[in-house]
Design a protein around this ligand. Structure first.
Ligand code: 37N
Length: 128
């Protein structure tokens, strides 16, 4: 009902703010768009669930997330995929950037997420 829509609107605003803070961080430019599968032809053989910050934003706008934890599952794919695909690659610091992305994402959530708010979102999900 109305209160639920207010909560989900507040959730979308919070998730957009988290996504934008990561998108504006220049260290994470390579996480802002899908990996170019023409440049990296074996990418989809290694990575089953590609994810990037622009896709996260599209998912938020399409009401795909009704809890923070559903959003975090997708956001975690960004650094997990980068560590997996670049596991043996030397000469680039993509793994360091993936680790920095993971630490930054979880530090933002620890600082800014109100557990009581996430519990409200989980209740809405249970009722549906
Ligand atoms: C991310 C990622 N995961 O696997 C790989 C491999 C990367 C990755 C991909 C690219 N080039 S890209 O054309 O697919 C692209 C450019 C700009 C934004 C998003 C993607 C460059 C680099 C880099 O380190 O410079 C890394």
């Amino acid at each position: 009902e109305e209160q639920e829509e207010d909560t989900l609107r507040e959730l979308r605003l919070f998730l957009r703010q988290v996504t934008e803070r990561l998108t504006y961080d220049r260290r994470f430019k390579v996480f802002t768009k899908p990996v170019d599968t023409k440049k990296f032809q074996d990418y989809r053989k290694v990575v089953r669930w590609p994810m990037d910050l622009s896709t996260l934003l599209t998912n938020i706008d399409r009401n795909r997330y009704i809890t923070v934890s559903e959003f975090v599952e997708d956001a975690d794919l960004i650094w997990q995929n980068a560590l997996k695909y670049n596991y043996l690659k030397s000469g680039s610091n993509i793994r360091h950037r993936a680790s920095a992305f993971k630490d930054t994402l979880h530090a933002i959530l620890r600082e800014d997420l109100d557990e009581e708010f996430e519990r409200e979102c989980q209740d809405i999900k249970r009722r549906r």
